[in-house]
Structure formats: structure tokens, C-alpha cells
Design a protein around this ligand. Sequence first.
Ligand code: ATP
Length: 233
Amino acid sequence: MTLLALKGVESGYGPMQVLWGIDLAVNAGETVILLGANSAGKTTLLRTIIGLLPCTGGTITFDGEPVGALPPDQRIRRGIAFMSELGVFPGLTIEENIRLGGYFLSAAEVRRRSARLYDLFPALAGKRRDLASSLSGGQRKMLGIAKVLVSEPKLLLMDEPSSGLAPVFVKQVVDVLKTAITGGMTLLIAEQNVAFLPLADRGYLIDGGRVRLSGTRAELEASDAVHEAYFGL
Ligand code: ATP
């Protein structure tokens, strides 16, 4: 089943158009990766899907309904979550950050879901009342993921989850995502780090705000264009 479908999507920053007619689909249960060099338009695409940037052309359909004109909070309520590179509020505690991620849920429901999340992120469990600013870079990223997972989104958009992380933490993030994917999570990830490629079922190579090619993970791995943009070869 197609969960997210983009047809001819255009977007940008005021008069500066960045995306030019993007066609893209994510099926329920799939992990799809967005590849592309710096400034290709990956972040712009994710921000347009969640509604932080206006969709100035084309259509965005989620779960069978057009969402391209809805404000971000209504897209979040329909089940789309966005994890930006920044992710967490350093001046709030771990618990408060997670509660914010589930702001539209009852306190009891947040507690129930938090208990499951602390099982998945044991490093956070003992630090519930500590400020997020006291966490290491890797732990902050884990908190950023916990904060979006608490809403149990139908689709999780992730912008460069590896950014600023040492390789050992990148591996931890990949392992946590693997667990979430096994649990049925649908993911659209913009990533430059090759460690994330094995998670993907399919992917798109974005170049100059356009889809240059799309295919299965194996097709992308075999593509010269992907090697050029992704592996820097
Ligand atoms: P990166 O890996 O560097 O984040 P990206 O593929 O995510 O790359 P985008 O951040 O989407 O690329 O940038 C696409 C284009 O939009 C670039 O030309 C960039 O300069 C421009 N751009 C990004 N953010 C803004 C902004 N806030 N205002 C104006 N232009 C922007």
C-alpha cells in the first residue's frame, strides 16, 4: 500500500525554487533512503513533506488523502513525524523532551509508551530527570529518536541522523532503527553515511532539486551516479 505519494512537487525558499517536479512514493513498511550531494535538496524535500515549507506545485498524498495544503501540526496528527538534525531541547529533561514528542497524547498514554521506549534506549532510562544538555552526542540523538517514536508515527522522516556522530554512535543509531523497522516502522531517511544504506529497501538520488534516479538498494549500489554522489568516487 502506498503511504506517501508525491507527484510533481515543487518548493523552495520564497522566490528561490529548489525542488522541480519531484515524483516519489513510500509504501507502508518500507525504508526509503534519499541520497544526494550537499545542497541537492534533501532537507528541503523533507521539510516540504512535513509542511514547514510550502508545496508550491504538485501534490502530496498521505494515507490516501491530500495533505499538501495542511499545516505541519495536522500532518503530524495524521501520522507523519519529522526528526530534524537538531532534534531535542537541551534545556528540558529527557522525560520532558519525550512528553513533548507526544504532546497530543494523554499523560497516561505517554507514560505507557515511555516505558517501552526506555526498554529500547536503556542509556536514557537512568537519566529521565537529567537535562538533555548533559547527554553525549550519541545519547542526544537517541533521545531525538525516542522523542519522535513516542508519537508512534505511521511515517518517520529523518534528516541526516548520523550528523555530528562518532562512528560508534552511528552504529547504535542504525541498530535502533533496525529494531524500529522490524516493529513495522515506515521510514524516509536523508543520509550521506553509507552505514544507513543496508537499512533501505529502495532509494532516490536527488540532484539539483530533481530525482536523478530511483531504484532498489541493489540497483542504487550498482549505479555510477550514486557512487559519484554518495561515495564520492
Ligand atoms: P545538505 O546535506 O547540505 O543538508 P540538502 O540536500 O539537504 O544538503 P538542502 O538543505 O535542501 O540540501 O538545500 C537545497 C538548496 O536550498 C541549496 O541551494 C541551499 O543553499 C538552499 N537553501 C537551504 N536552506 C535555505 C534557506 N533557509 N533559505 C534559502 N535557501 C536555502
